[in-house]
Write a protein that binds this ligand. Structure first.
Ligand code: OFO
Length: 172
């Protein structure tokens, strides 16, 4: 059985994951309108992943006798300036998600809820991967700068990253 503090904190994380999914969906749509299909595909896939993170929480809370509550979400921005700014936003967003996961881990230890602690380890490793991926992409973008040809190649490159990451996802 979940403590009410743990249940409340896990429910708040449902909103965090759902809002992440919406932000990346909005990034996908924006990138698509700019003609960057690779970046759009990457963001669409990322948005789906976040929805999966959210669903995992919903199932877990209900499985442990709690009630997963689906609430309203904040609307994401509609445009993101440049790709550099967009991927910087993605990176910063992932860092803040990692912080909220760490807070959940802290609460689980405080309330001696080892089942939830165990459940959260998946999110801990996921965040390490996501932050690393965002950092790799940012490094690439910083190398390219405003070079049009470079951006074209980057768009293709990022498509591979999508494929590679979903392939790893499937073997998990
Ligand atoms: Fe990318 O964040 Fe979910 O966990």
């Amino acid at each position: 059985m979940l403590s009410s503090k743990m249940e409340k904190a896990l429910n708040a994380q449902i909103t965090v994951e759902a809002e992440s999914s919406q932000v990346y969906l909005s990034m996908a749509s924006w990138a698509e309108t700019q003609g960057f299909e690779g970046v759009a595909a990457f963001m669409y896939a990322h948005s789906d992943e976040e929805r999966m993170h959210m669903l995992k929480l919903v199932k877990y809370i209900n499985e442990r006798g709690g009630h997963a509550k689906i609430g309203s979400l904040q609307a994401p921005p509609l445009s993101f300036g440049s790709f550099k700014e967009m991927f910087q936003t993605l990176f910063d967003h992932e860092v803040s998600v990692s912080e909220s996961i760490n807070e959940l881990v802290h609460i689980s230890l405080e309330s001696k809820d080892y089942a939830t602690h165990n459940f959260l380890q998946w999110y801990v490793s996921e965040q390490i991967e996501e932050e690393a991926l965002a950092r790799t992409i940012l490094d690439k973008i910083n190398l390219i700068g405003d070079d049009k040809g470079g951006l074209y190649l980057f768009d293709n490159d990022v498509k591979q990253l999508t494929v590679a990451s979903s392939a790893t996802e499937m073997t998990k």
